[in-house]
Design a protein around this ligand. Structure first.
Ligand SMILES: *Cc1c(COP(=O)(O)O)cnc(C)c1O
Length: 417
């Protein structure tokens, strides 16, 4: 559900015509809808309101400060996976005690920053990491709150690249070893066990993998409690899918309906880490058609946005709806919609049926709010694009388009060249 709709044949972001924004800020351009973000955060808050909970928004989906700040103002926390994300979350005003820190490769500097900031918990992914956090906390004369990320070995039934909870994945501690690792953690002087964590993958479109994984995790919680290790925070990760094409993923209410009964009578604070389901459909990428090209076997629409701006189609074969910003009465055609980058993998859509487009016309790439800008790069020395947020008839530039000078920022010429 989102607030990008046609009014009199023109695509609007809430009450603002998309073409108005493209004219003012140029293209390519990311546009986010305030009301959509708000609706999604509130849907989570409402669904889980009957139990203690923290919605730790996964910053890696979209880490623009205005977006983090908005989510924080609605009561959300943050799930971070690097020192940089932790820095962003704190700068955007997320209370430290609502920040969970995951990731398989935390460095000493990052661990120090997190300890100094008094975060809610580290989601620990290996035995060595546990020992390292204990060592650093000891040096800093403090205690480190931790959850162990357990790999429940449940198939999330999603794309292999975004599946994380199987035995063969690099994430988490194997289910069979979890108890032993908790025993070890309990012996470490500077470690304070607060939780248990799992995250099995992204773009999940069914409830059953969440339920299956949770059941397995709860077995561990009970086993731990029997050995005197008490868990106060149960972090079930993120991963709820969105509609890109014709998927029908559960909404937060449906997730809650299936999950809350399993938690009845348990004294646990539930932590969720949604990313995509908060921002995915709250953003679009607007591109301009530069050239139309006919090859012997294909039609190409060359647009000014490339894989450096939105890489999901290239690396996951991901589908995004692409539609004209101003509807026309022309016939449909089949075309590849491609960017200007010098790579054959640079496409936004392949063999797509779309209304015939003329040069200079605008196209909207839908559901681009998650893993869009955050995965963008300057490849081919293309400045990263601007981002705008719309609320009703108001709008604001929330990140300036980079300049050519920005491309060279920080570079120096070596003495010997
Ligand atoms: C990526 C990630 C998330 C967010 O996943 P979504 O599919 O965007 O909801 C949450 N937790 C962890 C540990 C992650 O790596």
């Amino acid at each position: 559900m989102h607030f990008f709709e046609y009014k009199k044949g023109e695509l609007h972001a809430e009450d603002v015509p998309v073409s108005t924004l493209a004219n003012e800020f140029g293209t390519p351009l990311y546009i986010y809808s305030f009301k959509t973000l708000e609706r999604h955060v509130k849907a989570y808050e409402k669904a889980f309101s009957s139990i203690p909970h923290v919605i730790c928004y996964a910053l890696k989906a979209n880490s623009n400060t205005s977006i983090i700040k908005l989510i924080g103002s609605l009561g959300g926390g943050a799930d971070v996976v690097s020192g940089g994300e932790l820095y962003r979350a704190l700068k955007a005003g997320i209370p430290a005690d609502k920040i969970a820190y995951a990731g398989v490769g935390k460095t000493e500097d990052e661990i120090r920053l997190a300890l100094k900031s008094n975060i809610l918990m580290f989601n620990v992914e290996s035995e060595q990491e546990l020992a390292e956090i204990d060592r650093i906390a000891g040096l800093m004369k403090t205690g480190a709150p931790i959850a162990l990320r357990v790999n429940p070995d449940v198939d999330p039934q999603t794309h292999p690249y975004i599946s994380t909870g199987l035995k063969k994945n690099k994430f988490g501690i194997p289910f069979e070893d979890a108890i032993e690792h908790y025993r070890l953690a309990a012996k470490l002087k500077n470690i304070r066990i607060v939780g248990i964590h799992k995250h099995i993958g992204s773009q999940l479109t069914k409830v059953s993998p969440f339920v299956d994984a949770l059941k397995r995790i709860l077995l561990l919680v009970d086993e731990l409690s029997a050995t005197g290790i008490r868990i106060s925070h149960l972090d079930i990760g993120g991963g709820l899918g969105i509609t890109y094409n014709d998927e029908t993923p559960p909404d937060p209410a449906a997730l809650a309906k299936n999950i809350l009964p399993l938690l009845k009578g348990r004294d646990l604070t539930l932590v969720l880490e949604p990313g995509r389901s908060i921002v995915g459909n709250a953003g679009i990428l607007v591109a301009k058609a530069l050239y139309l090209k006919k090859a012997p076997e294909k039609n190409f629409i060359v647009v000014d946005a490339g894989m450096n701006d939105l890489i999901r189609p290239s690396i996951y074969g991901a589908y995004h709806h692409i539609q004209p910003v101003v509807k026309n009465r022309r016939k449909n055609t089949i075309a590849d919609i491609v960017g200007p980058i010098c790579e054959s993998g640079d496409f936004l859509a392949k063999d797509r049926e779309i209304q015939i487009v003329n040069r200079g016309e605008l196209l909207a790439v839908m559901s681009a709010g998650a893993y869009g800008f955050t995965m963008s790069s300057q490849y081919n020395s293309r400045p990263r694009v601007a981002e705008v947020m719309v609320k009703g008839s108001e709008y604001a530039l929330i990140r300036k388009r980079e300049t050519y000078a920005d491309l060279m920022k920080g570079e120096t010429i070596a003495r010997f060249v």
